[in-house]
Write a protein that binds this ligand. Structure first.
Ligand code: DDQ
Ligand code: CA
Length: 273
């Protein structure tokens, strides 16, 4: 016959081979077309520590040795401080000029970088005595949050943009728009670099977004309303929003606090979806 058994089976194999490739192509298109559904996390308080209730927390980081660095805001009251984790005691403090409103803070090569609200001016401090050792102009539209992975600085300016800044020049070298199921997430505020993700407080919410550095998508939401509500229920009526995330990379501990909060919390996450 014209079609040998062998020819037919080669033909069938080819059809199946390309058919499978074709189906894989379609299915990967289908899956990538479906919006990624972020995970939700509730939190459990592991420890609570005292926190200066007059600190309008704008930047927070953990530096090892039970020591935090914190940047505080409000005109005439802004500062950079070193804080003992367990007691909340302020061990060193550098007051800012009255006209500056302190914002995000990060530590890069043993120096502290801080940005300020409504200006593009930032300052560099010595980690030991908190003396001011530099001043810079950054390329973001405003200064809200700062964090680092040890290579670049990450910054936020209250929009949906997550910036990457050159730590030497403070110029913008990268920018991603943060999206949750395709919707822009505005008001990104205090930042923290955690296991190759950026975690961001969203201003005026009790939520922290876990942001992928691959594409700026929100991988998950950490829901923390119980912290602020708990403080208000305990009579702390004057407190402001959740703000301040610090990650202890050595012991995988997560700390959060808020503006004018009398407490700082060590928390654990529990997936709820
Ligand atoms: N920011 O941190 C969200 C960037 C700014 C917070 C500003 C809060 C306003 C407090 C009162 C300001 C008095 C001029
Ligand atoms: Ca932080």
């Amino acid at each position: 016959t014209r079609f040998s058994r062998k020819k037919v089976s080669v033909f069938v194999s080819l059809v199946m081979f390309f058919g499978v490739i074709f189906l894989l192509g379609i299915s990967s298109n289908i899956f990538s077309g479906v919006a990624h559904v972020p995970k939700l996390y509730s939190i459990q308080v592991i420890n609570e520590f005292p926190h200066d209730p007059s600190a309008f927390t704008q930047g927070l980081l953990y530096a090892g040795n039970s020591t935090l660095y914190e940047s505080t805001g409000l005109y005439r009251k802004s500062s950079v401080r070193r804080v003992a984790l367990h007691t909340g005691k302020v061990e060193a403090l550098q007051k800012m000029d009255d006209s500056y409103f302190g914002e995000g803070l990060t530590m890069f090569e043993k120096r502290l970088f801080q940005v300020t609200w409504l200006t593009k001016t930032g300052f560099i401090y010595d980690t030991n005595d908190l003396s001011k050792i530099g001043k810079f102009t950054h390329g973001m539209d405003d200064g809200w949050g700062l964090a680092t992975n040890g290579k670049v600085l990450f910054g936020s300016d209250g929009t949906s943009a997550l910036y990457q800044l050159d730590p030497k020049t403070l110029k913008v070298i990268g920018k991603q728009i943060v999206r949750y199921n395709g919707h822009e997430v505005h008001y990104l505020n205090e930042l923290e670099f955690v296991n190759d993700e950026i975690w961001a407080n969203v201003w005026q919410t009790d939520c922290i977004a876990r942001i992928s550095l691959k594409d700026g998508s929100v991988l998950g939401w950490i829901l923390l309303p119980n912290l602020r509500e708990g403080l208000i229920a305990a009579g702390h009526n004057g407190i402001d929003v959740l703000n301040g995330i610090a990650w202890d990379d050595n012991d995988n501990r997560l700390f959060v606090t808020g503006k004018l909060w009398p407490k700082l919390y060590e928390i654990k996450l529990h997936p709820i979806t």
